[in-house]
Design a protein around this ligand. Structure first.
Ligand code: 5GP
Length: 212
């Protein structure tokens, strides 16, 4: 039986929790099942990043005009940068029955939940705060004060975790990837997401049982 619509899946998590890595592995292991939403941002392109692959890089004016023209499904600004999800691509995919994943932070995730209450919200954490700190320090790319800043942001974000549907405690990467995949597949089986299939079955049965 076909599901009615594709799912909007939001994946958030603390900086350093490993959500980017989970996403990459998920898309690699299920390339035809999941589609990644590419965000627009006003931040500068980092070395190795490509226009339209990691982000659509915009000027502040261009980003503002996307807001004004209601082209963004959600957006958030922090550290003097803005990030937003272009609406049309996501809507096209879900209307086509395809699943789309948005890797976005908490403010944006809550906006998505408000507009699309049926969206599936997943939050990735490391097993403990100590592990998070270790991972951030282990990257070796951040100064200790940046790590401290990230930990403070994570502390604030942790109070919004219970707005999410599922918690992914990212200890072993492969387990986390399987867990995300399994949760999404289970969500597809919910009766509330299968209204058309239920109706179709009811009509077919009614037809078959006529006159019996
Ligand atoms: P970065 O600049 O390191 O690529 O991303 C910084 C943060 O912005 C990450 O937490 C990422 O999840 C978040 N982000 C990326 N795209 C979007 C978006 O379209 N909307 C929102 N709200 N956050 C985003």
């Amino acid at each position: 039986m076909e599901n009615d619509k594709g799912l909007i899946i939001v994946l958030s998590g603390f900086s350093g929790a490993g959500k980017g890595t989970i996403m990459k592995h998920l898309l690699k292991s299920h390339p035809s099942e999941y589609h990644l939403s590419i965000s627009a941002t006003t931040r500068k392109k980092r070395p190795g990043e490509q226009e339209g692959r990691e982000y659509f890089f915009k000027s502040k004016e261009e980003f503002q005009s996307m807001i004004d023209n209601d082209e963004l499904l959600e957006y958030a600004s922090f550290n003097d940068r803005s990030y937003g999800t272009p609406k049309s691509y996501v809507e096209e995919l879900i209307n086509d029955g395809k699943d789309v994943i948005l890797e976005i932070e908490v403010q944006g995730a809550l906006q998505v939940k408000e507009k699309f209450p049926e969206a599936l919200l997943l939050f990735v954490t490391p097993p403990s705060a100590a592990v998070l700190k270790e991972r951030l320090l282990g990257r070796g790319t951040e100064e200790p004060e940046v790590v401290a800043q990230r930990m403070a942001i994570s502390s604030k974000e942790s109070y919004l975790m219970d707005n999410y549907d599922y918690l992914i405690i990212n200890d072993m990467l492969d387990d986390s990837v399987s867990k995300v995949h399994n949760i999404i597949q289970c969500e597809h089986a919910r009766t509330t997401r299968n209204g058309d299939s239920i109706k179709k079955m009811q009509e077919e049965l009614k037809e078959f049982s006529k006159g019996e």
